[in-house]
Design a protein around this ligand. Structure first.
Ligand code: ZN
Ligand code: ZN
Length: 442
């Protein structure tokens, strides 16, 4: 990293931002604009050097040194590669702000001048191309930008900032790993938890959220059907796990269709079904893997329990003994629904709408059943009120071009994925700073 002393960084920021208040909208956006060149360099550096889930070592070091230089107390290695940066500024609430750090095993083909050419060995020992194809580079840059603003105006807020660099969001494992590693035991339990995600499918600089559901729950389920292998010409001498597995696949379709309300969305997809080695051998095992999505924890529970019930009882119908019923592993990888706390969302909605020009803040419309593991930071007992918002990342002109037959705007996880860093980082920093000044403001 560029080595500027903490004092020099703070002094430089203080000069630009000493007159800011929440109400002083122009001063804040002016201060962020002045800091933007620094942030763009950081963004480009993150983009050029992506790392895979649970392999974010250099990324965490870079993020940690940025925050450390601002005076945060940085702890590395929580949940393998996660980091926590704390700053206490008088008595007051504790606010957790999370940025996820991982890239994806995608070979970048965006055409950007700062395209990634990196390759890295994943946690299974396989070398992969790596790309920030989901915009987590923007999240980390926004976190640093927000920290730089807040350090420059410590007279405007009081309380504790708890900045979290989270590993492995893309495998929905990092948030849980940090909590299992004692995030809320070794550090104070926050009063609020906030995060953002850039979206290539929303206009650059737009801020979107809503109370309640933001992202669906996701559970990976594994069903192993134990049959009795035999010759294909003598099926009566064995138990055919392919037939039992096929009956399970069909019966699972009734869960969403017949057991949950038509007004509550749910998905049960059998993504893989593997069995057998040869046409004339009845296999002794079949394995199915599923993804299960819901927007409601009750629906989620019902779907998961239903899968177990159907799998085991289909085994009984086939005459399998009790000790050879299908084995069901629920939630191999899982994350709860990401819900925005009602009261917190109402409070921040007023603040954000008052701060930003009309039209920049909009209600979020969930378009798919994608998942995110931020929920782990808030769905603890007792719950930590959470707020998650989207920042648009694609210039309007690109959507207009698409609408008139031009190239499609690339989605997340695509080799073509790209966002406009300037409007999205500026909006991300501004929104996060305004939120913090509301929640920790004097
Ligand atoms: Zn992603
Ligand atoms: Zn993402």
């Amino acid at each position: 990293m560029k080595t500027r002393s903490t004092k020099a960084v703070i002094a430089a920021l203080l000069m630009g931002t000493s007159t800011i208040s929440v109400a002083d909208d122009h001063a804040l956006s002016g201060a962020i604009a002045k800091d933007y060149d620094y942030l763009e360099n950081l963004f480009v550096d993150f983009h050029r050097n992506p790392e895979l889930s649970f392999r974010e070592n250099e990324t965490a070091q870079r993020l940690g040194s940025e925050l450390g230089a601002l005076g945060f107390e940085v702890t590395h290695g929580l949940g393998q590669t996660g980091l926590v940066a704390m700053m206490k500024n008088g008595d007051g609430p504790t606010l957790l702000i999370r940025a996820d750090m991982d890239g994806l095993p995608v070979k970048e083909n965006s055409g950007l001048s700062y395209m990634s050419t990196k390759r890295q060995t994943n946690t299974k020992g396989v070398e992969m191309p790596v790309m920030h194809a989901c915009g987590h580079d923007m999240h980390m840059t926004s976190l640093v930008g927000t920290a730089r603003q807040l350090v420059a105006m410590k007279d405007k807020w009081q309380g504790t900032l708890m900045l979290v660099g989270q590993p492995a969001e893309e495998v929905i494992g990092g948030a849980k790993a940090m909590l299992d590693d004692g995030l809320y035991d070794k550090f104070p339990r926050p009063d609020f938890a906030v995060a953002l995600h850039v979206a290539s499918q929303a206009p650059a600089g737009m801020i979107l959220y809503r109370p309640g559901i933001m992202y669906s729950s996701s559970d990976s389920v594994r069903i192993t059907v134990h049959g009795v292998g035999t010759h294909g010409a003598s099926p009566h001498l064995g138990k055919d796990p392919i037939v039992i597995g096929a009956q399970i696949v069909n019966a699972l379709q009734t869960l969403v269709a017949r057991e949950i309300s038509p007004l509550s969305p749910g998905v049960v997809t059998v993504g893989t079904f593997h069995a057998g080695t040869k046409n004339n051998i009845i296999s002794d095992t079949a394995e199915l893997t599923l993804t299960v999505r819901s927007n409601d924890e009750k629906v989620r529970h019902k779907l998961l329990q239903g899968i177990k019930r159907i799998a085991e009882n289909t085994g009984r119908v086939a005459g399998l003994p009790e000790d050879k019923l299908p084995t069901v592993i629920l939630s191999e990888e899982s994350t709860p629904t990401t819900m925005n706390d009602g009261a917190l969302t109402e409070r921040l909605d007023k603040t954000l709408r008052a701060h930003f020009p009309e039209g920049q803040v909009k209600a979020y419309d969930q378009k798919n059943m994608g998942a995110e593991d931020f929920a782990y930071f808030s769905q603890v007992d007792p719950a930590v009120p959470g707020f998650y918002f989207i920042v648009g990342g694609t210039p309007r002109a690109a959507f207009e071009a698409e609408a008139s037959g031009g190239p499609a705007v690339p989605g997340h996880h695509s080799p073509l994925f790209k966002i406009s860093p300037e409007p999205s980082i500026k909006a991300g920093v501004e929104a996060m700073t305004v939120i913090t000044l509301d929640l920790l403001g004097k």
